[in-house]
Structure formats: structure tokens, C-alpha cells
Ligand binder design. Sequence first.
Ligand SMILES: [Zn+2]
Length: 236
Amino acid sequence: MTADPGRDAGLAAGAVNVAGISITPVYVADLLVDLPDVHMPVYVHVVEHPQGRILVDTGLTESDPLADDMEPQVQPLNRQGFDIGSITAVVNTHLHFDHCGGNKLFAGTPTYVQHRELEDARSIDGYTVRRWVDAPGVTYVELDGDIELLPGVRIVATPGHTPGSQVVVVEAAEGRHVIAGDSAVFFSDLDDPQTEGQRIIRSLHPVAVWLAHAHEPWRPAASSATGAQALPGRVD
Ligand SMILES: [Zn+2]
């Protein structure tokens, strides 16, 4: 994204505006969500920060019987030249299989998740691919609510898509960005918020919201002209 220090109207009073923060989407998979032939991309997001490199969600690296009906076409991070070792922290917006399947690539790296989300993933049958959640070496840092991860980068709990969902809020020079996972799946979820999490996102007045399953970020002024909201069905 382009830094423009002169444009900070999206920032609340007292918000940290750290130069040098950027967000990069990385395409990792394609899922079949509705017959016939409606596909949904799966993106993870990298937050580049002067003090670290944060990965938000990890996509998936393979299929599983639970995911087979979505015929995953995967481009795992470890097979696309992604610098795995440079990641200093992982954030799971939630633990549905298409968001945590690559956690195993980051064994030993602090992986932030809401306590409630981890509890549900480990206890509710069919919730996710449990062996991906608790792959060897995955090191969870369990949260109960919001934290500041780095100056200008916060994790905010956004219940709705799942009770334990969370988003990453980034104070970039351009304004406030939100990396939303599935807290909003479609642009229409933000145009007309229905869940507590979606209302929280809107209340932050972001200039852009990055969704896991859309090619472009939602922006408040340009949200009505996108094809993302036309996708039928929902993805887990
Ligand atoms: Zn989900």
C-alpha cells in the first residue's frame, strides 16, 4: 500500500500511527463452495512492521476428508517461496480448517488465538480439522479479549462468525486497516453488519477491511460495486 502520512482522518484520537507498516495478501488456496464451479479464494495476510512480521491465518496445505467436498486447490506457503522463518508471530482469526491448516509450518512461533476459539476447536466435533489445530510444535498464546501485539497493531475480539473470532487492526500511514478473517465473509456483511463482530469492525471506521475470501479489500466508499458479495453460500 502507499504511505501517505498526511491522510490520517481514519485514526481515532490517541491511535498510534507507525510509519512502515504494510499489509500484503498471499493467495494460498481455492475452495469450491457451491455447485457448479463457484470457487472462493483463500488468502492469508502478512503485516510488515518495523518490530516484526506477523502472519494472519495460515490457510491450508493439503486436504482432509472434512474438506474434500470443497476440492481444495492449495498453494501452501512452504511451496511458494514464502520466507517461513521470518514470521515472528502468527494470529489465527479463528480455527476453521481453511484458516489454521498451515499452523504446523510455524511450530514454535507464538500463535495468538482466543481461548474460547481453541476450546471450541478442541471440543466440538466437525468444527475443524483437529489434527491441524494441534499439529506438533504449534505454540498457542491464548487470549481472552483484546491486546496490543505491537505498536499500531491490535488484536480485537469480534464474536459472530464463531464465538471466538478475532481480527487484527493495523494503524497504517494511510489509515486504519482491519484483517477480518471470516468475521465478514462477504462485502455485504460490512455494508449491512449483522453480528457483534461486524458491528465492532464498522465502529472502528477502517479505510480498508481485508477478508479471507475476497480478492480485494472492502472499503467503505467503494463497497457496492464488487463481485465478492455475489458469491452464494458461506464457507467454513
Ligand atoms: Zn470460518
